[in-house]
Design a protein around this ligand. Structure first.
Ligand code: KDG
Ligand code: MG
Length: 406
């Protein structure tokens, strides 16, 4: 079997997605997500100019060999653009392999380790009361875990909050303009507010619901240690991305000062970004996912390393990761022994139409489909109805104008 075509499709059914579609000489196709929010066209160019020509004529079933060919062959290794591009190709090859075998991909990864994949939803609110009510709504709809974010008094805009007062999951889309929106950030206001938010959530919803919070890389290790300590009474499932991703040794300080569980990894692109965190058990959950960490082939290696150290998976699953990534993530989640939680934000109906899929949500869990391969496709005609629209993620500045982390 040979690869005859590698197409890179960009579509914007509400937000931009990049999809790799590989075709074989036997007429089989496979799809992979290669979306890098706000930097989509860099990946498109890497794929079209540098990877596609290398793949024509190759055996699509040599998945691991192709991964190493693309990874080692570049000489310039790692980084989000490279690893997202490789992920798109790798995921499409796993899809083809599943179709050739007549099996869903999770079977090729070792088979089912669980009945379904437990997910967490995103609750948010313009006030604490709204955030509590939104979290309660998720629990009523069957979710077993909820991430809670609320607006910070005194700040016009806060990560994780929709631009409108009704905190509907679909309202949240931070990449909202070609030139980044500039937000203002105040660490003290944030540190003062978040413990009050979780005190209210626990008071209203009781001790049992699994609660999470995303700090989004904004604290120093010592600030994060303070927050972790103050959140201890509320027993979070995890505090996410407490410090900037590159501050790895900061996790030692954090770990030494708080028992609040820690999750990180959504911006990591390889096993080398998280090896220290895993080996030293500085984190509880590793949040790498298929599209940004080199595809199924490489993600499985990260999760296998994590399994040796009792670190569980918690794959990123925001709506800028396409249904193709979500489907692939669910196959991995279903198969690995050390699954923890999967992030889930439902895509818009337009996106679901462009990417018909066989996974389904029921009772707080996602069920991977039984279709051969990934069980997801791209509808080329519908995709063509939504042309690319430039959109960047926001930036943050402190009150005095200093650039900060977003
Ligand atoms: O593109 C950036 C988003 O995916 C990110 O801001 C979402 O942090 C995020 C999360 O945990 O979903
Ligand atoms: Mg996050």
């Amino acid at each position: 079997m040979k690869i005859t075509d590698v197409d890179v499709i960009v579509t914007c059914p509400g937000r931009n997605f990049v999809t790799v579609r590989i075709t074989t000489d036997q007429g089989l196709t496979g799809v992979g997500d290669a979306t890098l929010n706000g930097r989509e066209l860099a990946v498109v160019s890497y794929l079209r100019e540098h990877l596609a020509p290398l793949l024509i004529g190759r055996d699509p079933l040599r998945v691991d060999d192709t991964w190493h060919y693309l990874y080692r062959g570049a000489y310039w290794r790692r980084g989000p653009v490279t690893m997202t591009s490789i992920a798109g190709v790798d995921t499409a090859l796993w899809d083809i392999k599943g179709k050739v075998a007549g099996l869903p991909v999770y079977q090729l990864l070792g088979g089912r380790s669980r009945d379904a994949v437990t997910v967490y939803g995103h609750a948010s609110g313009a006030t604490v009361e709204e955030a509590v009510a939104d979290a309660a709504g998720y629990l009523e709809r069957g979710y077993r875990a909820v991430r809670v974010q609320s607006a910070i008094p005194g700040l016009d805009s806060t990560y994780g909050i929709g631009g409108v007062a009704t905190a509907a999951a679909h309202a949240y889309e931070p990449a909202d303009s070609a030139i980044p929106t500039e937000n203002v950030w105040d660490t003290e206001a944030y540190l003062d507010h978040v413990p009050q938010l979780f005190a209210a959530v626990r008071r209203e919803l009781g001790p049992l619901p699994r609660l999470l919070h995303d700090v989004h890389h904004r604290l120093t290790p010592n600030e994060a240690a303070r927050l972790g300590k103050e959140l201890e009474p509320y027993h979070l499932t995890w505090m996410e991305d407490p410090v900037p991703a590159e501050m790895q040794d900061g996790y030692r300080h954090l770990r030494a000062h708080t028992t609040t569980p820690i999750a990180t990894g959504e911006v990591f692109s390889s096993i080398y970004d998280c090896e220290l965190l895993i080996r030293e058990r500085l984190i509880d959950y590793i949040r790498t996912t298929v599209v940004h960490a080199g595809g199924i082939t490489h993600l499985r290696r990260i999760f296998d390393l994590a399994a040796l150290y009792d670190v569980r998976s918690g794959s990123h699953g925001a709506t800028d990761l396409s249904p193709v990534c979500l489907a692939a993530a669910l196959h991995v989640d279903t198969a690995i022994p050390n699954f923890g939680l999967q992030e889930y934000m439902p895509h818009t109906p337009e996106t679901d139409e462009v990417f018909p899929h066989s996974y389904r949500f029921e009772d707080g869990m996602l069920h991977v489909g039984e279709a051969p391969g990934l069980g997801v496709d791209i509808d080329l005609e519908k995709a063509a109805q939504y042309p690319y629209q430039p959109a960047s993620l926001p930036v943050n500045r402190l009150r005095d104008g200093t650039m900060f982390h977003w």
